[in-house]
Structure formats: structure tokens, C-alpha cells
Design a protein around this ligand. Structure first.
Ligand code: IPE
Ligand code: IPE
Ligand code: MG
Length: 235
């Protein structure tokens, strides 16, 4: 474990699976398979670096608009991944969390993810938070509705609504804001990811496609982060 690392939480937009496959003349789903395999490598590397929270953008609310075939392939890959990797997750003392519009997922996946959250809830080395059917504007909208309902019911006074009230109404209420955001594949946009939570996060963009992103590059980013002077970051 690296004691000089002041980074607690890394969020990643795992992008570029399709292009990775295309470069090899393979179908997009092959890239997704390779991308899923890389999740476990990077999770292990995070744990070794002493990072306590890792939030991965696995599937966005907008991704439901992809072709039916691609969505189905991604969901099947998720099922396979959760079954296959859960043992490794438990052995590595990793707590699993899922954020997003879970009600959009098929019932068997909803059941599976609550089961894994429950079984891994006492693990302490790393929290792996998977953003699945996740959209940040939708998250903020549902927080606004919840707070409005509480106000109408008299559970909170309008003048008492604070930043904390909002934070506590987001899916991420139990985890600190990210210190680092990494987006792979050369795109430099946020794509509806953690809009509230990224307010003071340090941003890193790399041209590497997600299936090729490795521990060396991760370590290099963490090192650059530790050399940057941060402003207003929440610890
Ligand atoms: C990221 O890779 C994975 C998901 C969004 C599920 P993409 O599928 O977006 O790959 P590119 O961007 O088309 O290369
Ligand atoms: C963002 O990537 C979502 C995930 C990585 C899951 P996309 O490839 O879907 O985003 P856009 O379409 O480039 O904004
Ligand atoms: Mg993409």
C-alpha cells in the first residue's frame, strides 16, 4: 500500500471498447468482453495503490438507446461477470455497490445485484461502485423530487435544505466525492456522469482505449494527482 497517496476515490468512464474491437476487425461485443476482463485487473491495481473507492461507469441511461443486440450482449456480459468474478471480489475484501436507475434493469439482474451488495457489505479494503443504467441528471431529478416530497410532508423546512440535504439524496450518499476522474479513449466530455460529485475533481483524459488501460498508466495518473495542487477538494 502506498502511504503517500492522498487519493481516496477514483471515478472512471470506461470508454473505447467498440473502437478497440473495430481496430481488430472484430464485433463491438468482443471489445466489451475485453473491457469487462480489464475491470478485475484495474480493481486489483486500485486496491494495491491504497485507493478506497472506485466508481466505474459501466452503462449509462443513454446507452439503452443502443441497438437491441448490443444492449442484450452487454446485459449478458454483466450477468456472466457478476457470477464469475464474485468469488474474486470477496477474496479481495471488496464491497460492491450499484448506483443508477435499477428499476430499468431486468428483474434477475436487480435481484443479483442486491444479493451481491448484501453479501459484500462488510468488506473493507475497497468499495467498488458500479454505475449501471446511470445518468447524473436523472439522479439529480430524483433527489429534487424526494426533497420536494419531504418539504410538502413537513419533514424538512425549505430554509433548512442544504448542500448536505442534496448530497444525502443522491445515489452516492455513502461515498466521498471523487478525487480523480479518468476518461479513456480520447473523448473529453463527462457524458452525464456524477455532475454534482465532480465539482472539484481533478480530470484526466487519456487516448488509451479501455481494454488497454493498465496498472502502469493508472499509477502514473495517481502520481500526477499527488503532484497537483488541489483547490477546495473535499476530503
Ligand atoms: C464503452 O465503450 C462501454 C460502454 C459504453 C458500455 P463504447 O461501447 O462506448 O466504445 P466506443 O466509444 O464506441 O469505442
Ligand atoms: C459513456 O460512454 C458511458 C460509459 C462509458 C458507460 P459513451 O460512449 O456511451 O458516451 P458518449 O456517447 O461518447 O457520450
Ligand atoms: Mg463510447
Amino acid at each position: 500500500m502506498n502511504e503517500n497517496n492522498s487519493c481516496k476515490h477514483i471515478a472512471i468512464i470506461m470508454d473505447g471498447n467498440g473502437r478497440w474491437a473495430k481496430k481488430r476487425g472484430m464485433p463491438r461485443t468482443f471489445g466489451h468482453k475485453k473491457g469487462a476482463e480489464n475491470v478485475i485487473n484495474i480493481t486489483r491495481a486500485m486496491k494495491e495503490s491504497g485507493v478506497k473507492y472506485l466508481t466505474l461507469y459501466a452503462f449509462s441511461t443513454e446507452n439503452w438507446k443502443r441497438t437491441e443486440d448490443e444492449v442484450m450482449a452487454l446485459m449478458n456480459l454483466l450477468r456472466e461477470y457478476l457470477d464469475k468474478e464474485f468469488k474474486e471480489i470477496m477474496e479481495n475484501d471488496v464491497r460492491l455497490l450499484f448506483i443508477g436507475e435499477k428499476e430499468m434493469l431486468s428483474p434477475d439482474i436487480q435481484e443479483k445485484i442486491s444479493e451481491l451488495e448484501e453479501k459484500s457489505k462488510n468488506n473493507k479494503s475497497l468499495t467498488l461502485c458500479v454505475a449501471l443504467s446511470y445518468g447524473s441528471r436523472q439522479e439529480i431529478l430524483s433527489a429534487v423530487k424526494k426533497i420536494a416530497r419531504d418539504a410538502i410532508n413537513g419533514d424538512i423546512k425549505i430554509d433548512n435544505i442544504s448542500m448536505e440535504t442534496i448530497e444525502q439524496s443522491l445515489y452516492t450518499k455513502d461515498i466521498p466525492d471523487p478525487d480523480i476522474l479518468i476518461r479513456t479513449s480520447g473523448e473529453q466530455r463527462i457524458s452525464n456522469y456524477l455532475l454534482w460529485q465532480l465539482a472539484y475533481t481533478e480530470l484526466f483524459f487519456t487516448n488509451t482505449l479501455w481494454p488497454d488501460f493498465n496498472k502502469e498508466e493508472l499509477t502514473d495518473i495517481i502520481q500526477q494527482f499527488n503532484n497537483r495542487e488541489r483547490r477546495y477538494g473535499k476530503n
